[in-house]
Design a protein around this ligand. Sequence first.
Ligand code: TRP
Length: 331
Amino acid sequence: MTEHIKKKTILSGMQPTGSLHIGNLEGALKNWVDCQDDYWMYCCIVDWHSLTAEYTDTKGLKEKVFQMAVDFLAAGLDPEKCAIFVQSEVIEHAELHLIFSMLISVPTLTRMPTYQEKKDKLDSYGFLGYPVLQAADICLYNADFVPVGKDQEKHIWLAKDLAQRFNSTYKKVFQEPEALLREIPLILGADNRKMSKSYDNHIPIDFTEKQTEKRLKSFYTDPNKQRKGDPGNPDKCPIYLLHKIYSDNPEKEIAPPCRTGELGCVDCKLKLTERLNKSLAPIREKRQELLKDPNQVWDILATGRDRAKQRAGNVMDKVRSAMKLSYRKKK
Ligand code: TRP
């Protein structure tokens, strides 16, 4: 990769939750894959961020990071085009986090919606600083854009604010990052809540075709449609949301016969199972291939780390020099 070619930079981050589910795939990963030809991409597996929720039990973290890297590659991220790396392997994230933490007030952080939502359960200093660490992730690469959903907009605003503060206090070092907001398709899980591994209502990419079928069979559907023949309302059905992604013509093929009762839920779910499995087949195949040679995956993470470190190192040199944090004798 030769970075002298003029392209804008994207930094994206994801907490290592292990293997990904179709919500992650459709909501984020496919979008990252689409970006990799047009931008310099840095894809960061943010293991330190995941400690804010769980810091005691860390023994599974390595496997989660590995599985996430496998899914990134299987979904089509190309290590030639984007640096895939683990946050804690680039120690500069911690250094910039510390410096940024001086430039922001505690009330600004306690007002963050993400903090307000969880502060009763998570009251650590680390969790309060979560968005500051995220700002460091972004600014460390002088990213122009950060692809995120609406829920993260405030965090990107904070990163931009910190970049501006630093630039006006010391010297212009940072690019002001912008959110690359995208429409995230609504994906609900088996229990009609947001699809999430923590609710165990999800469809992991690495499910077998049989497991996928079984999980889809257990999905919630319109409760007024008890049996075939009953009229249903596709707009109240999480299965229909998935048809909108995986079927070619759901408005014509699925919704009308659901409404009349002609199409029963069992058949409707079977149609979806077939299409979803077909769509995931190439990713699942690539996964199996990658799993045959785990060292290849670790090597890709090491190469990503080295590339990330180089760019982060350059930026941190500028940060230290702008702040006059330099204690070497004059040459
Ligand atoms: N906070 C993000 C999330 O919950 C994860 C994240 C950490 C991130 N650092 C980032 C996202 C930097 C984008 C850029 O999804």
